[in-house]
Design a protein around this ligand. Sequence first.
Ligand code: FMN
Length: 344
Amino acid sequence: MPLPTARRRADAGIPEPRREAPMPIDRLTDDEIGILLTAAVHAPSMHNTQPWRFEVHGPVVDVLLDEERTLQFEDVSGRATHVGLGAAVFNIRVAAAMLGHETRIATHPDPARPEIKARVYLDRREAPVPDLSSLYGEVSQRHTYRGPLLDHPIHLTVRRELDEAACTEGTELHWLEPASVSGLEVLLRQTDAEDLYDEERRQERETWIGGDRSDEGIAERALGPQPVRQSFVRDLSAGFDSPNRSQAVYETAPAIVVLSTPDEDEDAWVRAGQAVQRVLLVATSYKLAASFLDQLLERPAPRSQVRGVIGGRWPQMVLRIGYPAQSNGHTGRRDWRDSFDRWF
Ligand SMILES: Cc1cc2nc3c(=O)[nH]c(=O)nc-3n(C[C@H](O)[C@H](O)[C@H](O)COP(=O)(O)O)c2cc1C
């Protein structure tokens, strides 16, 4: 027998079940803070710089920019850094939902402290908040995957779910047609070549990438194999030695998506970060893997070309997405307590 929908209930004169308004809470417990911030630091960030700090006061978690962990040459505008902070905010929302808290977000809540990029308000609710809490298990499962993809299409219903994930967060996903993908491939080669000869950018990458790292940056094991031929993947160690990597042939026609916002400012970047993370967690729940092609967005000229491809909206992330053909090693994280500044 079908469940009575709100419409049927109203038609039959059955009163709506009472939905309790979320009750405010005074403070978060130590355990709750640990769970929220452990989830937060699992977020992706460019070169795994983990550019965040957290402050908790009462039932509120503030997500702050750590100026010491920005990329001076490769992220001149700060867009990528804010996207990483937005991803951390989304993970806090997911963990809060799992704990039974509803959340509200304010970006740049305190004009006197512009380094606070987002404030997460938590309200009490008795049961896990559906929808978001169902993504909690994916937070620790999601990793950037830089290896080859299987030649296996992504089913339309899964694509739609990814579209919806982006849309729910106020952004849009654009699945590029093959003609646009080959156009971007040319752009990718150009931006890769520019990167190779830009000494400041190369040195910045070398600070964070390669070798055997444990709690920040990208260790060689997480770089994935070196492409045998030019491929639709970013080789982050191009220009310096990464001697122990295997080689692989990559897929020829990966699915490429661009995530966009209607406007372009710091708030839009934080929103984009939440959307990227929602898309990635939903993708992970379908065993899909993704890697980032951010070199297309790091300089104004290629970014405006990508913008042209998606009809003038602001591209905030380019992802290569599909089913992984192998696995690659993972990046590590600093303990959340290292970026937890103050108690009020
Ligand atoms: C804004 C942003 C840009 C990124 N750009 C790239 C990129 O161009 N190439 C790449 O391989 N990974 C890129 N990444 C992925 C990070 O390197 C990755 O998130 C980080 O190393 C942590 O690893 P994890 O995602 O496996 O947890 C980017 C991540 C973010 C948030």
